[in-house]
Design a protein around this ligand. Sequence first.
Ligand code: CP
Length: 331
Amino acid sequence: MQTHFYGRDLIGDLDFSKEEVETVLDVAFDLKRKRALGQPHAYLRDKVLAMLFFFSSTRTRGSFEAGMAQLGGHAAFIESKTTQIAHGDTPKEIGEIFGRYFDGIAIRHVDWGVGNKYLNEVAKYSRVPVLNMQCDIYHPFQILADLMTIVEKKGRDLRRKKMVVSWAYAASYQKPMSVPQSLVVQMPRFGLDVVLVHPPEFRLMPEIMDMAQEQARKYGTGFEVISDPDGMEKAFKDADIIYAKSWGAMVHTPDAEEGAKIIKKYAHWITDERKMALAKPDAIYMHPLPADRNIEVTDGVIDSAQSVVYDEAENRMHVQKAVMALTMGGI
Ligand code: CP
């Protein structure tokens, strides 16, 4: 068990080794058990987390805020538009100044080409851990929660289990690609054979694909890519885990209008009962939420017994508490 976390950032999924992620899961399960038993676990008494949001949130804000309170500390909710950032506060100043007020700085900044650089710049000047509440490249806490949920549903030995990470249609806006990117980087380390499927215009960043392939090679797991306008059905066949969500065509084109036009070609990429029936009978359906209901996924699937979306949302809080306790409270 690796336990040296104090003072460390979590910005990219590979910032923590596989062994360290296993420690995070162990602590998360312990904290989940303690909360279920009503046992106090105030590991962060008198500690304060800054939560700086450049983008809206339901689960991330709620779970970090509740988690800090349960750990005996406090979380300060700060919307970027209510700060002086637009009037000149630089990432260096946020790192320097918030690092002196707070015991941790959590940031959500999903602007394409901007968010990840912003987090890393704050981290360079911060004396306290910087935690990624989602950027344009990664969503590490979502993926830790997803991993915890998969372990709960499928057991610790995930070898030879097929996980499909699929693009899905949603016309509301070009969603960040951080969830699929974090999934393909993290999941091969835990034995899952990952199949990534998307229409050709929705490929992921080349450097992320290289990282995913490297992890799959290192851990002896499968990583297959299906880039096909009609690839969803082929990928779903005999899957143990279906994780289907929408993301934007930012790698194909930085032009938002062109991206929106491309999305419209693929309205048939909905996760419905017919496609779920192609997976194994005990397959689980996963989505980080929010979902575009009856566009991205049917009510029949997301509300079915196969759906684990509420467990994923709950586990956000337990994994975040584990990482906060380890990075802000340990030694
Ligand atoms: N899954 C997730 O990050 O949800 P929010 O955008 O509501 O925080």
